[in-house]
Design a protein around this ligand. Structure first.
Ligand code: GLN
Length: 186
């Protein structure tokens, strides 16, 4: 099993460390030709979704990536990565738009922009959650299902082989969300 990590911007290295801890092979997508390498799943990291979206479009990565995901390539988006996957974005523009979720960017305001909590993640149990200028999911539709909530807001969802978290599991020591994703890829 080989996982590709989008490495245009943001917190991509930390995902690599999580995959190392789980013994999963991975490489970084930095340009269009990297998409030609064989891989079984892809991670879209946190960072700045507007910048990442622009780079994806400028580098002509957007359409091929969208097609792969639409064709069933497992994908895991964290924070800005979640925003890239959303069909509808409040305070931003939809990029890949493959997931039936509506998200609100920078949803907690400036002061509450970064915080940590511990909540239940469906199928895993209680996990630590670190939020950094995070979005939340306003609503899920279609076949998308809610996996976690905090303070009455949806912060993780899954639709088929697409997984999205508003928080950053890669910034904790808990590898279980990454393991959950690898189980989706298998
Ligand atoms: N606020 C960022 C955005 O809107 C997301 C923050 C993050 O990925 N930590 O893209």
């Amino acid at each position: 099993m080989k996982i590709a990590i989008l490495a245009l911007q943001g917190a991509f290295a930390e995902h690599g460390q999580m995959l190392d801890a789980l013994g999963a092979e991975h490489f970084e997508i930095r340009q269009k030709k990297d998409l030609e390498r064989g891989f079984d799943g892809v991670i879209l990291p946190g960072g700045e979704s507007t910048v990442m979206g622009r780079l994806l479009r400028d580098m002509e990565l957007c359409e091929p990536l969208r097609r792969k995901i639409a064709d069933g390539m497992p994908v895991f988006g964290t924070c800005a990565g979640l925003i890239l996957l959303a069909k509808s974005v409040e305070g931003g523009i939809s990029c890949l738009g493959t997931m039936d979720i509506r998200v609100k960017r920078n949803a907690y305001g400036r002061q509450l922009g970064s915080f940590s909590t511990e909540q239940t993640f469906k199928g895993i149990g209680k996990i630590p959650m670190t939020f950094i200028r995070a979005p939340y999911i306003v609503e899920v539709s279609g076949s998308a299902e809610v996996l976690a909530e905090t303070g009455g807001k949806i912060v993780a969802a899954r639709q088929g082989r697409q997984l999205a978290c508003a928080f950053h599991p890669e910034l904790t020591k808990d590898v279980r969300v990454h393991q959950y994703f690898l189980d989706m890829v298998k």
